[in-house]
Ligand binder design. Structure first.
Ligand code: ATP
Length: 230
């Protein structure tokens, strides 16, 4: 579903590559943590998947298509197939919960009747039933992240990318968010999550790909945040 083939990414200016000859193969339906210290290249890798950035060399494939070779007009379609969730939620502050989720469907041209049907069921799925009329600042951090997840998932994307989604949340709230991401993964959505959250990674025991200085230093089918190899 997501494949990095000998990917190197060098940003302009001096310094080592942000990604250095990285190869990763993620199957449809996998749940993968991308871990590594700050600056190890996690966000760079996620941006390449979304074609927000392009590799200096090597290839990135999403659903069998080489992302870097997609015609510009096909990039929005690629991004529609990938839901994104971030540490800082990125909700529209003046729209209600329902409107935030509906907006993701409006911009891709879904009909009002479809939106009216899908938004409430998605809010229920993420545990926000009855809160559709609230504004984001009337919600807790964990609830705001649930709205962001509903917005990312309402279109049933093939892939969900999460960049540090529990970064602003306490451990109990984070556990709830991870349970939700686990449920979304169980529907067949491939989940790729960059994180520093040791506790979350240790609890989930999913595949862990570790980056250090832009290189893959570990790729374990079921692992924790730290290396289990002694
Ligand atoms: N737009 C950019 N221009 C130049 N250098 C960049 C740019 N974006 C990232 N870098 C550099 O690339 C390297 C990898 O950064 P990246 O943001 O991918 O790391 P990260 O693992 O996501 O870090 P964090 O956990 O802090 O978000 C770092 O050395 C960073 O300074």
């Amino acid at each position: 579903m997501i494949r990095f083939e000998k990917v190197t990414k060098t940003y302009p200016g001096p310094g080592k590559p942000a990604l250095d000859n990285v190869s990763i193969d993620i199957e449809k339906g996998e749940f993968v943590f991308l871990v590594g210290t700050s600056g190890s290249g996690k966000s760079t890798a996620l941006r390449l998947v979304l074609r927000e950035s392009r590799p200096t060399s090597g290839r990135v494939y999403v659903a069998g298509k080489e992302v870097n070779r997609l015609a510009g007009w096909k990039v929005p379609r690629l991004r529609r197939q990938i839901g994104t969730v971030f540490q800082d939620f990125r909700l529209l502050p003046n729209k209600t919960v329902s409107e935030n989720v509906a907006f993701a469907l409006q911009v891709i041209g879904k009909s009002r009747s479809e939106i009216d049907q899908v938004v409430p069921s998605t809010l229920e799925l993420v545990g926000l039933e009855g809160k559709g009329d609230r504004l984001p600042d009337e919600l807790s951090g964990g609830e705001q992240q649930r709205v962001a997840i509903a917005r990312a998932f309402v279109n049933r994307p093939m892939i969900l990318i999460a960049d540090e989604p529990t970064g602003n949340l306490d451990p109990t709230t984070s556990a709830g968010i991870m349970k939700l991401l686990g449920r979304i993964n169980e529907t067949g959505t491939t989940v790729l999550m960059a994180t520093h959250d040791e506790y979350v990674v240790d609890q989930m025991q999913k595949r862990v790909v570790e980056l250090a200085h832009g290189r893959v230093t570990r790729d374990e089918a079921r692992g924790g945040y730290g290396s289990t190899v002694v």
